[in-house]
Design a protein. Structure first.
Length: 380
């Protein structure tokens, strides 16, 4: 086996360093200088990022099996080993304390005790990862602190603080964790956030022109990109409490008093606190936040089980949502179909079945274009 990377670096040594940083970033003893040193090491070499990603992938990305007892036990075993290893392996003598990494040991077979340590630390998680049939491609584009999904894909990620993310289709979340704060940005898509309790480090998610702050809670945030309107953000609270706030970038100009005119309408609130079972919305085209509304949580979270539930939604809205999960898009070939009201449950990613259902209940004809899209027009 080749023990060198493409640029001639020692692979076993890089893997040992990756294990050191992986462990330290999940330790309560890390400092600001540790975090900065970690970022410097990670960005210094592509081989560093590949090695770190391997640990990160097998540790955190577990798909539908994320909450099973076997996976939780596997993580516990790996965490116990990592906790010991960060104390057992001293820094290199020629490395500053803030950037220290364990020195790999040598062995007669040339593989190195450090290599065995690396494999042992990830063993439980990697066995589970192989069982899932996952494939790590070292040449795939990757950014530190960014998690994303493709079309029709869902992914579960366990963060360094124990919080869990469930990313829906075509979702992108970036992270910036520090000893003072846990900051995340939902750049697109939809995600569920199961937040680990930590009073000293607020958990803040920014989405569009607003932010959601939580302590030990579970909530869902969705950024809805509209083709003909401003983007909308929906925040749904499943457990605990969250504060939803708007970032008021533009202050309103003061209005001179007009005794003979009615007072201006009250502005919507800039901050709303949600209780479990409530949802609010805000958009980039308006200020403030909508009033908190009670929602059906089973319906609001059906996407986690691969279903979408609609109640008296227009056909245009339904298709826009379903198309996020499938390569085969359903398009309206006639504007007269937009207002058809739909109530029902649909499986995500199976637009052929959706079309079969629609043609059963409505006078709709289906054709396809040269791109494979399904085109709906009135029958007859």
């Amino acid at each position: 086996m080749n023990s060198r990377t493409e640029d001639g670096s020692d692979k076993a040594h890089i893997e040992e360093r990756a294990l050191y940083w992986f462990t330290l970033m999940r330790s309560d003893t890390r400092t600001n200088s540790d975090c900065e040193a970690y970022k410097t090491w990670l960005n210094a070499n592509l081989a560093h990022r590949r090695a770190y990603r391997q640990l990160e992938e097998v540790w955190g990305v577990t798909g539908d099996f994320a909450g099973t007892p076997a996976v939780e036990e596997a993580r516990l075993q790996a965490r116990r080993f990592n906790t010991r290893s960060v104390h057992q392996f001293p820094p290199r003598a020629d490395t500053p304390v803030a950037t220290a990494a364990p020195e790999p040991e040598s062995a007669g077979d040339g593989s190195g005790g450090g290599r065995r340590r690396w494999l042992s630390a990830a063993l439980a998680a990697s066995l589970m990862f192989v069982f899932l049939g996952a494939n790590i491609t070292g040449d795939a584009p990757w950014e530190p602190g960014v998690y994303q999904t493709g079309l029709g894909e869902q992914k579960t990620v366990v963060l360094e603080d124990g919080s869990k993310l469930l990313l829906d289709t075509q979702t992108r979340v970036s992270l910036d964790f520090s000893p003072q704060q846990r900051r995340l940005v939902l750049e697109q898509g939809q995600a569920r956030f199961d937040v680990a309790h930590d009073k000293q480090r607020p958990f803040v998610v920014t989405a569009g022109s607003g932010k959601i702050t939580a302590l030990g809670t579970v909530f869902v945030v969705r950024r809805v990109a509209r083709e003909s309107a401003a983007d909308e953000v929906l925040v749904t609270l499943l457990e605990g409490k969250v504060a939803v706030a708007r970032e008021q970038n533009v202050a309103a100009a003061p209005t001179p008093a007009q005794p003979d005119r009615a007072p201006p309408p009250a502005q919507p609130p800039a901050t709303v606190t949600l209780n479990a079972g409530q949802q609010v919305a805000y958009s980039t085209s308006s200020r403030g936040i909508s009033a908190a509304a009670t929602v059906d949580l089973e319906q609001a979270t059906a996407w986690q089980a691969g279903r979408l539930v609609f109640e008296d939604h227009s056909l245009a809205e339904v298709l826009e949502d379903l198309n996020r999960y499938s390569q085969t898009r359903i398009l309206l070939g006639d504007d007269s179909l937009e207002a058809i009201k739909i109530t029902g449950v649909f499986k995500t990613g199976d637009n052929q079945k959706v079309v079969q259902t629609l043609t059963t209940y409505f006078d709709i004809r289906v054709t396809s274009d040269n791109r494979g899209n399904l085109i709906l027009t009135p029958a007859g």
